[in-house]
Design a protein around this ligand. Structure first.
Ligand code: CMP
Length: 148
C-alpha cells in the first residue's frame, strides 16, 4: 500500500553539496516528495527524534552532528515506500552497505551516514509529526501512475 516515510538529509549532505545527488535517487525510483523543509533543528528536537538511542556510546556525537547545520527534512511517499527507501539508503552499519546504495556510495562512517529514513511504519508515524504539520504534507497524483 501507499506509505509515507520520514527522510532527513543530515548536515553532511548539505555541507558536501550532495542534496541533488540524493534527491535524484528518490525521484528516479518513482517516489513522490510530498513535503520538504530546510531546518536547523535544535537539540531538544534531535533528542526526541533519536530518543531510542539515548545512552548508547554514539548518542552524544549523533546529537551534536544532527544540530551542527541545516538538514533537509522530507516526507517521501510511494507504494511500499518505507522498506523501498531503506533499500535505497542501505544498512546503518556502513561496512554492510553495498555500492549502489546511498550509504554504500557516499559514506565511510556509520555516524556520518548522510541520510535518516524511517525503519518501520511505526517509526514513520512517530517521526513525521515531529517535523511536519498535516497541512505541510502535499500528496499529488502522477499523471503517469496508470503505467505502474
Ligand atoms: P540514522 O538512520 O539517522 O539513525 C540513528 C543514527 O545513529 C544512525 O543513522 C547513525 O547516524 C547513528 N548510528 C547508529 N549506529 C551507530 C554506530 N554503531 N556508531 C555510530 N553511529 C551510529
Amino acid at each position: 500500500g501507499i506509505e509515507k516515510s520520514f527522510v532527513m538529509l543530515k548536515p553532511g549532505t548539505l555541507q558536501r553539496r550532495l542534496v541533488g545527488e540524493i534527491l535524484l535517487r528518490f525521484e528516479r525510483k518513482g517516489l513522490n516528495i510530498v513535503a520538504a523543509k530546510l531546518m536547523h533543528i535544535d537539540e531538544s528536537l534531535a533528542k526526541i527524534h533519536y530518543g531510542e538511542h539515548e545512552g548508547k556510546d554514539f548518542y552524544k556525537k549523533l546529537i551534536e552532528y544532527t544540530v551542527s547545520g541545516p538538514v533537509l527534512a522530507m516526507v517521501v511517499e510511494g507504494d511500499g515506500a518505507i522498506s523501498m527507501i531503506r533499500q535505497l539508503v542501505g544498512p546503518t552499519e556502513v561496512s554492510q552497505s553495498l555500492p549502489g546504495t546511498i550509504r554504500g556510495d557516499y559514506c565511510h562512517h556509520t555516524r556520518l551516514n548522510l541520510v535518516h529514513a524511517s525503519d518501520s511504519p511505526e517509526s514513520a508515524a512517530r517521526e513525521i509529526p515531529l517535523f511536519f504539520e498535516p497541512q505541510e504534507i502535499i500528496s499529488w497524483d502522477d499523471g503517469n501512475a496508470h503505467w505502474f
